[in-house]
Ligand binder design. Structure first.
Ligand code: PLP
Length: 453
């Protein structure tokens, strides 16, 4: 049997799958925090182009991927599906383990699946420039790459600590022609306010979001872009699972277990949404989202209406959340730090169609080192959470003597985030589990909002 299953370019899916057509319970609408009423599409028009807003609310099951987007996808897609023979052998498991390698894209993760689509829709809408935020730089570099492909300007507000500590993704962005500034920056009103308080302000994702949104709504021909969480982002990512379905069918396989790591939920959704459709129609599949014990959104958070950002500038989204006041522990190196979770993922967890597990960072890095030592590729720290779950499930299959088929999304490589591995290897990382009292405190603020139904 082959180690890699390749899909021909001509067999790459030509449509994205929209789960909103098949959700057993529809998504509760986003709310205007000032009125508690559902927001209308035109309220989002200063922030996103209308063609993407239409996708955000669409109930159409299949959405055609535009020709120009397909052309750009061909730079790295279809991505190979790997059989993890060496990992199986090392674990002495009867399970068959497959992983979809999304690390082969130019920026090294799944993120350009939506960055390319978003840059395209902005361009055809007449937008000339895009603004966004980035933490460690994966999203910023994906959008820089996509804007460069479509001839759009790109401005990235990068959380200052990461800007200083992790120069390589900034260099990627600049190589692709984007302007990347440390946030808080003097370029926006929001940024100047934080700089007045502290000229050396380390920044946060929440502050960077506020800066990027302010830039978008106050600059000519500019819109904002988000790399995860929203429905249209998850839609664009479904090419991963649609390809995987074709690749598995080529070798007569179908998964018993589908696994992904979840920060905002986009790479996990990209893989599992086409499979959850089968589950809704009666297939027996276990679908598992993996997250850090230090940011346990799905396993310990509550299903509430919450802001998407710390600065309370976004509409209220119905999602599992730890509260928008959540600040990741400084010792946490493994990514997946967002306080909330995509409304679609949250809804499916509520409905019992998927499950979630949390892992501590030492066990996830150990899993990543095992993977690097067997399959060779060094995974992104985020991806390690999914690998730890796969190892757990493969060991269980061994104990039970069952030939389970496990499918994982290998969301990206870790070559530009080796500092996290360095911290692990030199013994500087510690486990941290977010205390229950802290979660109670963070969620207290949200009691004033209605509960999503
Ligand atoms: C951004 C990122 C994630 C987390 O984001 P999701 O939206 O949850 O997918 C996971 N893995 C990699 C490699 C990433 O770059």
């Amino acid at each position: 049997m082959d180690r890699k299953i390749f899909l021909n370019e001509k067999d790459m899916p030509k449509q994205w799958y929209n789960i909103q057509a098949d959700l057993p319970n529809p998504l509760p609408p986003p709310l205007n925090p000032a009125t508690g009423q559902p927001i209308t599409p035109d309220m989002l028009a200063p922030v996103f182009p209308m063609n993407l807003i239409e996708q955000e609310v669409s109930r159409e099951r299949w959405i055609d991927i535009p020709e120009e987007v397909l052309e750009k996808y061909l730079i790295w897609r279809p991505t190979p599906l790997y059989r993890a023979y060496s990992l199986e052998k090392y674990l002495k498991t009867p399970a068959r383990i497959y992983f979809k390698n999304e690390g082969v894209s130019p920026p090294g993760s799944h993120k350009p699946n939506t960055a390319i689509a978003q840059a395209y829709y902005n361009k055809v809408f007449g937008i000339k420039r895009m603004a966004t935020e980035t933490g460690a730089g994966q999203w910023g570099s994906a959008l820089a790459f996509a804007c460069n492909q479509f001839g759009l300007e790109c401005k990235v507000y990068m959380v200052r600590v990461s800007y200083n500590q992790k120069p390589y993704r900034r260099i990627l962005m600049e190589t692709w022609g984007a302007k990347c500034v440390p946030s808080p920056s003097p370029d926006t009103k929001a940024g100047r306010k934080f700089l007045e308080q502290n000229p050396e302000h380390p920044g946060s994702l929440g502050i960077s979001i506020s800066e990027a949104i302010e830039d978008a709504v106050t600059s000519k021909d500019t819109r904002y872009s988000l790399g995860s969480v929203l429905n249209h982002v998850l839609l664009h990512q479904t090419i991963i699972g649609l390809e995987a379905q074709k690749q598995l069918a080529m070798i007569g396989e179908y998964p018993d277990i589908v696994v992904g790591c979840a920060g905002g939920g986009s790479n996990f959704s990209g893989l599992f949404l086409p499979f959850v459709r089968d589950k809704i129609h009666g297939k027996k599949i276990k679908i598992v989202a993996c997250e850090p014990a230090s940011c346990p959104t799905l396993t310990k958070g509550h299903y509430v209406y919450d802001f998407g950002d710390t600065a309370e500038t976004t509409p209220l989204l119905p999602m599992y959340s730890l509260g928008h006041g959540f600040v990741p522990a400084p010792i946490h190196a493994g990514g997946l730090r967002y306080h909330g979770m995509a409304p679609i993922v949250s809804r499916l967890l509520m409905d019992g169609l998927i499950e979630a597990r949390a892992y501590t960072q030492l066990e996830t890095f150990a899993a990543g080192i095992t993977f690097a030592g067997t399959e060779g590729f060094i995974p992104a720290p985020e991806t390690n959470h999914a690998i730890q779950c796969v190892i757990e499930e493969a060991k269980k299959a061994k104990e039970e003597g069952k030939e389970k088929v496990i499918l994982m999304n290998w969301s990206g490589h870790g070559i530009i985030d080796l500092a996290a591995y360095d911290a692990y290897i030199s013994g500087k990382l510690e486990d941290y589990v977010l205390p229950d009292e802290e979660i109670q405190r963070l969620l207290k603020d949200l009691e004033k909002f209605p509960k999503p139904k």
